[in-house]
Design a protein around this ligand. Sequence first.
Ligand code: SF4
Length: 64
Amino acid sequence: METCAKHPDRETPYKCMKHGIAMCSECLHCRDPLIYCKYRSACPIYFMEKRDKKGDFSEKPDYA
Ligand code: SF4
């Protein structure tokens, strides 16, 4: 298991396969929700964020 890129004290099973960035539950966020990603169809990060935003990816995310 890897540690969150922003919170190195937190282990997480979630990792953006496109950018290679591990994210804890607080940081779960797709960096490219509006452009093609070959990992999307199997990406839990994308689907959890989409569920939490009720499918709305029209707003630009606040990148760190
Ligand atoms: S869908 Fe988003 S979070 Fe998932 S691998 Fe692609 S860019 Fe990363």
